[in-house]
Ligand binder design. Sequence first.
Ligand code: KIV
Ligand code: ZN
Length: 454
Amino acid sequence: MERPRITVFDTTLRDGEQSPGCSMNVQEKLRMAQQLDRLGVDVIEAGFPIASDGDFEAVQAVAASIRRPVITGLARACTVDIERAWQALKNAARPRIHVFLATSDIHLKHKLRMSRQQCLEQARDAVRLAKSLCEDVEFSPEDATRTHTEFLCQVLEAVADAGATTLNIPDTVGFTMPAEFTELIQTIRRRVRGIEKLTISAHCHDDLGFAVANSLAAIAAGARQVECTVSGIGERAGNASLEEIVMAMRVRPDLYPYDTSVVSDRLYPTSQLLSEITGVAVQPNKAIIGRNAFAHEAGIHQDGVLKNPLTYEIMTPQSVGVPDSTLVLGKHSGRHALGLRCEQLGFQFERRELDEIYRRFVILADKIKTIQDHHLLELIRKTFEQMQRVPPAHVGEIPMVFAASASSGHSVSSAAYFSKPSALPLPVDPKIRDLPLNSKPDHHCEQEDYLWGV
Ligand code: KIV
Ligand code: ZN
């Protein structure tokens, strides 16, 4: 049976850009839009044309050059915004005008100072105007999740009659919970006349950390468009993260049997490009795209991953475009990972040698937290120097499996290092020089790796 297709509406260039530090100029938006096109999103919200001349130009440039996806621009429910949006969008292959107006009593009373009736009429008139310019019109009742449900349904019905093709339900302030959002989408599907011919969309913010859960709840309840951003950037705590929504559907088709057109192995490169453009780094523990999302430091985990990645990874790093898993060498690491890294650096140690290296490694890791390749190379050299022996080096490959190698930049073959110990370019780290030589190596066994990090 064919699975329902979810339209991925990317608002990185509009709602995402509204997050502090993330604004982009025309060239930057264009570069990002090209990557979003390669990523396979269905709709690109390129900006808010009335906001500034720069944003107008950016929407215009994206509309003129990106031809496959629908290109949309945001407009408040008023003539000047809608006409400006249309001017920016009119050369797009597939233009859409996105009109919004707040509908909650809080917004009506304190922000817009209008009655529900005025709100309903303004929303309907605005959609009518947009429809006269563009076939594809989306309407968003801002703060929908705090809007009186009966009134929300009335507004949705009015804008549907006026020609809206997509009805977006924003959880503007990240207030709703998944079960509640499910119920709201179901109610809208039951109550709004003609809804079956339209697309229901979800637009969730992450103020309580539920943006992705709420988006998935909406999809399960019948929404067929989801609005999200790369790396989850957006106002305040951000928007629903595109990567998490897409991968939740890929990893759990038993619960979310839906398809998207997103090319998942472009997720990580897209997020990296966004960080490069904005200069805003992704939090290390961010799901899917964070630096630690496929990094393992605890010995128990490293041991499991080395035996079979399925033990601690629910998707392959390659499936989201991350080159490989990384094993971070720190105080929680086990001998299995240390031994493997030594081998990758070109050393095959006997058991007692590895015991000694490992003993010194743990002492050092306690002091400097993360052991980079150059630390390890130095530690090995000092250990053997103090034992008055030459390390059993051989030329070896250094795959990028260890975070240490990736970040240290020391991707030189260790054999070259150790064949001429006196020519070592690295200064001797005093923390390593002072490590005591162990006269009585203790007898670790395989089980001990398992205990590390528990
Ligand atoms: O969060 C929100 O309500 C919005 C609308 C403009 C769709 O971004
Ligand atoms: Zn928003």
